[in-house]
Design a protein around this ligand. Sequence first.
Ligand SMILES: [Zn+2]
Length: 339
Amino acid sequence: MSNMLNEIEKLPDDFIEVKADQLLELLGRPTLIHLQGENPRPLFICTLLHGNETTGFYAVQKILKKYQQQKLPRSLSIFIGNVEAAAVNLRRLDRQADFNRIWPGTEEDYLAEAHMMKQVVEIMSEKNVFASIDIHNNTGLNPHYGCINVLDKKYLALAGLFSNTVVYFTSPKGVQSAAFARICPSVTLECGQSGQMDGVSHAAGFLDMVLNMDDFSVDVPEHINLYHTVARVYVPEKYSFGFSDDATINFYPDIEMYNFVELGSGKLFASIEPESQAFLQVLDDNDKDVSDEYFSVVNNQIVLAKTVMPSMLTVNTAAIRQDCLCYLMEKISIPDQRL
Ligand SMILES: [Zn+2]
């Protein structure tokens, strides 16, 4: 039994009014809140796994305000993740693990935080969870999109209710949506940048829709554009980088414009300091180094070596160091053999 987790059956006073950075004071630690609704099978909503991604929390507040005077159509279990990081508006504290890399399936299953996440999955599994929604933001210019970890009709339908853009990924390991995908339809929502009201409204509208659904016997929307994440791109730690001309790796300043755009081979990503031999490291789904397959260096410029579509590209240097530069995707057709 993890003693990190706070499990409660009633909303704390002020919960629907506080700001995300006040949750540490209000809750003290990661908290799982169970609320009773008409249908006893709970919808699971996960927020603030990354402390500076507040859209999910504010969307939850919006829903709870709506149902303040009426019974929830379905029971709701809300997990409020990294309240310590939220208090200082960071993805995570330096001493902490990334809260979205330590769910069952993680390689870091020895961590205390990983035990807590395992406990959350077990609790929700016992409650026969209806569906799982984990809500995130990113730092670059990206559309709102849903991510799934299983190519199954119910999962596609769930993600397709949020956005026409759906990303299928199996790496990195230890993410929340992949852990829950083993027990119920599960999606990660990417709601654009934190602090934008349209992301909060969009996420809240989606949560309300799912709360009111009886089952997932809906058709997969035909308009879905489905992408498969095939690799992640990192800046090797030994190189300085930036977006002008004074670092070892100098990225194309408008690189965020590349997100969700199909780019051909030869597309410029960065220029490098001559003779530095700097490069971008690319790891595939199995963490195999495939750098040479995706990038080449020509005349001190790092260019794409094949056609891909990036996502999550950002000019936020801290995000690049803490997470990665971007993901690379390929468009895939919606598989029908399992539908
Ligand atoms: Zn996140």
